[in-house]
Design a protein around this ligand. Structure first.
Ligand code: ADP
Ligand code: MG
Length: 613
């Protein structure tokens, strides 16, 4: 089969030589630009909201019909547009926001390209009504198919109303890309949510098909975040606010325990502009790396403020991408700020039932412990000794592992906060799973395995960092039946294994002997540990074990090394666990992002028993 013979230029297509260069009509230029700037109703909503905010509006109403395809109306109480400027507002590359390239360097408004109104007006039946406060009435300019109508006087409050009807009515190719009404509405609503999140000081309303769906007054940032992201998000989030040298980051980061299956609650703003930025997203992800299972996604709303001259916002027509002049400074700044917020030691923040001011010591109460009713004799079918154990009065006979008499301050009720450590004193162990403790605020419940796992993990990391993992020599070395990959790994990486605290040797072609394990993991089964570490080293290679995968491996080991459920702890051991938690960073979550403890305050308990105060 040969190549097809050269064909003459198909009839109907003009030969190149006959095409003359000509300017595209303005309307066509605008429609082409519209393809970039307003690919769907949500994009028009975003652009119009930005214009309202740039105009200083403090109250913005968004009205949509049929997902915004039939109608988008944005009404604001901003500065308005003078009659003479109305035609310019809808002209391409006409803007009141910058006058030179220098201005672009320090642009503080959301818009500056002068494209949005021209683009939107070229692909819809468009009308712009505006009144400046000093005027007695407003003016209205209609645009259809790019044709400007006569400007007419109009009844209007001070501010601007933009009406966009029948989006893409004259560009069928674009209309074909529209999705269902529900999808288009969801995107448009998201645009409103982003704007509302970024400007808590502005009131927003959203109506769809005649139904009022959102109404927020001007409020503080926390109230706005709660209104937009939900009370659930805020109940499991910590605030942060850090600044250095012209940089500031503030906002709310969800605790790992509130992580989600998707990335749906991840909001990043740079100088008030919602952005998708890989550098920032990566910095945040890094901050969660240690406390989040890799298939879970954190929830956060973070606002980065940088000097305008250090960030280029003119990367893309939609301006959702930015380029930092010094990304290498921004990345660690963001990562550390988030890490710090997440790592507030246990006691500084309450994981499940936050107090109104979680970071303040007052969360633990400065008032004397309220006196409660005296213990009542209870008559139930509990086994003998149950209550003794519940209240920490362990009997030596029943507790052969006991190493110290419980140092319980039972009758003595500490009267000031200083006497009670943040996580309080152990009361009892429940079902071999939970440790109950009493602190100044009330009852603390600890998942002892999860808590211990976190402590072991953090300590393993710290000792590996110091290249000093203490080892525990096994009194009787254990031998494990090994596959050839395992023996090969031991032979190849004996030195690395030793650094990790494992002394191993090949004792026969099919067996490996384990002589020592990390001291922190001394309670774990040495065979399980050895297999875990061999698998990890074989799978990911020695260098990764110490670098990228290090923390995952230590987490896996910590899980084996942590106290198992159903192990009876003495009160002294429980108190030691509580003290260790207080000293451990990130003790609020286990390595898998589950909570390790929660607080039930006296108020919470009173509510449970409907005790009015
Ligand atoms: P840009 O926002 O990039 O300047 P637009 O096409 O979005 O370009 O808007 C063009 C101009 O119209 C703006 O520069 C502004 O002067 C004026 N304008 C648009 N919307 C409003 C509004 N809601 N209130 C006041 N002025 C507005
Ligand atoms: Mg604009």
């Amino acid at each position: 089969m040969g190549l097809p013979a050269r064909q003459p230029v198909a009839s109907g297509i003009m030969p190149r030589s006959m095409v003359t260069i000509h300017r595209l009509p303005d309307q066509l230029v605008n429609q082409i630009a519209a393809g970039e700037v307003v690919e769907r109703p949500a994009a028009a909503v975003k652009e119009l909201l930005e214009n309202s905010l740039d105009a200083g509006a403090t109250d913005i109403a968004v009205t949509l019909r049929e997902g915004g395809v039939r109608q988008i109306r944005i009404q604001d109480n901003g500065a308005g547009i003078a009659r003479a400027d109305l035609p310019l507002a809808v002209a391409r590359h006409a803007t009141s926001k910058i006058g030179s390239l220098d201005d672009l360097e320090s642009v503080a408004t959301l818009g500056f390209r002068g494209e949005a109104l021209a683009s939107i007006a070229s692909v819809s039946r468009f009308s712009l009504t505006s009144r400046q406060a000093a005027e007695r009435h407003g003016w209205r300019l209609d645009v259809a198919g790019g044709e400007l109508a006569e400007i007419e006087p109009a009844q209007a409050e001070p501010g601007t109303t933009v009406d966009v009807l029948e989006l893409f009515y004259n560009t069928p190719a674009r209309r074909k890309f529209l999705r269902t009404e529900a999808t288009e509405f969801a995107h448009a609503e998201e645009a409103v949510r982003r704007a509302a999140l970024s400007r808590p000081d502005v009131a927003f309303r959203l109506t769809h098909n005649g139904r009022a769906l959102l109404r927020v007054p001007a409020q503080d940032a926390a109230a706005r975040a709660a209104a937009i992201l939900g009370e659930d998000f805020m109940a499991a989030a910590v605030p942060l606010d850090e600044g250095t040298a012209g940089l500031r980051i503030w906002g709310f980061v969800g605790l790992p325990t509130a992580a989600r299956a998707g990335r749906d609650v991840q909001y990043l703003f740079v100088n008030g502009r919602f952005v998708r930025d890989r550098l920032l997203a990566h910095a945040v992800r890094e901050a969660y790396r240690d406390v989040l299972h890799h298939d879970r996604h954190p929830a956060f709303a973070l606002f980065l403020e940088v000097p305008p001259a250090t960030v280029d916002v003119n990367v893309h027509p939609t301006k959702t991408e930015v380029r930092f002049r010094d990304g290498r400074a921004i990345h660690p700044f963001v990562r550390h700020a988030v890490e710090k917020a997440l790592a507030r030691p246990a006691g500084a923040t309450v994981a499940l039932l936050p107090e109104p001011t979680p970071a303040s010591p007052a969360a633990f109460g400065t008032t004397p412990f309220p006196s409660r009713q005296a213990a009542m004799p209870l008559h139930t079918g509990m086994p003998e000794g149950f209550y003794d154990r519940l209240f920490g009065r362990e009997q030596p006979a029943a507790a052969p592992r006991q190493i110290a008499r419980p140092a319980m301050p039972e009758p003595e009720i500490p009267s000031s906060r200083q006497d009670v450590p943040p996580l309080g004193f152990a009361l009892a162990q429940l079902s071999g799973v939970y440790v109950l403790a009493r602190n100044a605020a009330g009852l603390v419940i600890v998942d002892m395995h999860a808590a211990h796992e976190r402590i072991v993990y953090e300590r393993l990391k710290a000792s590996l960092d110091r290249a000093a993992i203490p080892t525990q020599q096994l009194l009787i070395p254990v031998t494990l039946l090994a596959a050839s990959l395992e023996t090969a790994t031991v032979e190849e990486h004996a030195e690395l294994l030793a650094r990790l605290g494992f002394e191993m040797a090949v004792s026969s072609p099919t067996s490996v002997v384990v002589r020592s394990i990390p001291w922190l993991l001394r309670d774990a089964d040495p065979v399980t540990l050895a297999r875990e570490v061999l698998r990890e080293v074989a799978e990911v290679g020695a260098s990764s074990v110490l670098a990228g995968r290090r923390d995952e491996m230590l987490a896996a080991l910590a899980c084996h090394g942590a106290v198992r459920a159903n192990r009876t702890l003495t009160v002294a051991e429980m108190n030691a666990l509580l003290r260790d938690m207080e000293e451990t960073e990130r003790a609020g979550q286990c390595n898998h992002g589950r909570p390790t403890w929660c607080q039930l305050s006296m108020d919470d308990l009173d509510r449970l028993f409907m005790r009015g105060r």
